[in-house]
Design a protein around this ligand. Sequence first.
Ligand SMILES: NC(=O)c1ccc[n+]([C@@H]2O[C@H](COP(=O)([O-])OP(=O)(O)OC[C@H]3O[C@@H](n4cnc5c(N)ncnc54)[C@H](OP(=O)(O)O)[C@@H]3O)[C@@H](O)[C@H]2O)c1
Length: 241
Amino acid sequence: MSFALIIGASGDIGGACAKRLAAQGWSLYLHYDQHEAPVTALVAELTTAYPKQDFLKVQYDLTDEMHLDQLTDQLFSVDAVIFAAGMTYYHLFQETTVPELTTLMQVHLLTPMVLLTKLQAKLSVSGHGRIIFIGSVYGGSGSAMEVAYSTVKGAQSAFVRAYAKEVASLGITVNVVAPGAVATKMNKMFDAPALAAVQAEIPAGRFAAPADISYYVASLCSQEAAYLTGQTLYVTGGWLR
Ligand SMILES: NC(=O)c1ccc[n+]([C@@H]2O[C@H](COP(=O)([O-])OP(=O)(O)OC[C@H]3O[C@@H](n4cnc5c(N)ncnc54)[C@H](OP(=O)(O)O)[C@@H]3O)[C@@H](O)[C@H]2O)c1
């Protein structure tokens, strides 16, 4: 049985990835930080739907890159890792604080990178390990008011380009799925007129649903998706890229 670790399974995109991967036969480690309830509900739903698969909760705060053994000690085999955790700050760059920069770098980049140093051996066992970051179109295009966020999202793409080369011979693929605007609680900070203004710019005429993103994540996790690595796949409805 194949196991995927979904970091940020309590979030909207992470939860959609969990549902899609479970339907394809994966057992899952479902990570959360502050919000256990969505993951508890996922475990109940998925256990009922797929009783022969395992669904296990794991908690960790990604602003702590020093104690990851507390997380990895709970994992047995790991065949795929999906990094779907994240947050942003919305203001001018000159107002950005060092704690904000530190948090962005830890959550999106530093702690995932440290975690991968600890999981590479497990990911190489099957001969078809899969690593996917949920990046952002802003990592490619850049965005005013989210300069630091755009920076760490672009760095995720730089990381997968390099790391993919190092682990290709182990059968591990490493990619970014980079959404445009997705209808999730991450965008709750914006009022209706602001959301409508963004929607008007999207050629597809709507925000993505989380399932629009999880479709590509699950596709890249399949054994057949063995020859695409080091790439950033922009899933934007034609917006910005
Ligand atoms: N929504 C969009 O428009 C959009 C567009 C492009 C890219 N993205 C990216 O997509 C990913 C998922 O976002 P989403 O829209 O699904 O957001 P969401 O529903 O708000 O979920 C955010 C997830 O990140 C986790 N998280 C936040 N801070 C954490 C920390 N310090 N330690 C561990 N986990 C932490 C949350 O865990 P808890 O809730 O349990 O604390 C939750 O699982 C992010 O990387 C985001 O940058 C989103």
